[in-house]
Design a protein around this ligand. Structure first.
Ligand code: PGA
Length: 241
């Protein structure tokens, strides 16, 4: 089942999503949380940081794991997923480095990077909550169309769509061919899964999800493999469906 919400606008989408995060984190303060990068979750994560500063949620016991990263990127690059998470959330909340698992996308042994992420998730007993955006092509993280639903962390050759859309995150022209990402098995096994989408570029992806069954050509449709997931979109997107 998918709990499906259409919010009036991006602001209210972000408010609803942030409240779901706050409620869940308050239930499981020592859980493992995974928040996507990208434009869609920005406001949600800012609201979460503000709630922490206002004492409405305690993030000091929580653990976090990065969802995905461009391979061979400098972590200080504004377009890196790590830099995004630092700027949007981690720099404003009380947490410590040892509670956060980041990828090293410059490792000479990316198989080991996958192993380390898998081991971190396993040690924490799985993800408590995953918050994801949805790709224009229906991807979740860097799990591109065609990815089997049962894979763990892996290195990906990025699709043309992801490379093209990804240019918006970078201040200077950057070329990335590969990514590293948590796998669909790990994302879909999260105790709570929230997917958010805003704006008309996501029409095809959300239409495919709403067809009501999991299909490998649209990783986000894997939400149907779960007993319960949450999909929140805004009206500007809903009107295009
Ligand atoms: P966006 O990216 O939030 O920047 O639209 C989502 C995604 O591609 O997964």
């Amino acid at each position: 089942m998918i709990n499906y919400y259409v919010e009036k606008e991006y602001e209210s989408l972000s408010k609803r999503t942030a409240q779901l995060l706050i409620d869940e984190i308050n239930k499981k303060p020592a859980g493992l949380f995974c928040f996507a990068g990208g434009d869609t979750p920005v406001k949600t994560l800012e609201l979460l940081a503000a709630a922490e500063q206002a004492g409405k949620v305690d993030l000091s016991q929580a653990s976090f794991i990065q969802l995905d990263e461009w391979v061979n990127i400098d972590p200080n690059n504004h377009g890196s997923c790590r830099n995004y998470l630092q700027r949007t959330l981690f720099d404003s909340i009380r947490t410590s480095e040892e509670n956060i698992h980041f990828f090293n996308p410059n490792s000479i042994d990316l198989a080991e990077e996958c192993w380390l992420a898998n081991a971190f998730i396993e040690k924490k007993g799985g993800l408590s909550l995953a918050l994801l955006g949805i790709g224009v092509n229906g991807h979740l993280g860097f799990n591109e169309p065609g990815t089997p639903f049962d894979v763990n962390t892996h290195v990906v050759t990025l699709s043309e769509s992801t490379k093209k859309v990804g240019e918006k995150y970078f201040e200077k022209t950057s070329f990335f061919e590969r990514g590293i990402t948590l796998g669909l098995a790990q994302i879909l096994a999260a105790e709570m899964l929230i997917v958010i989408a805003s704006g008309s570029t996501k029409t095809n992806a959300v239409q495919t999800v709403l067809k009501g069954s999991p299909r490998e050509d649209c990783p986000a449709s894997g939400m149907w493999l779960r007993e319960e997931s949450t999909l929140i979109i805004d009206r500007s997107l809903a009107e295009t469906l």
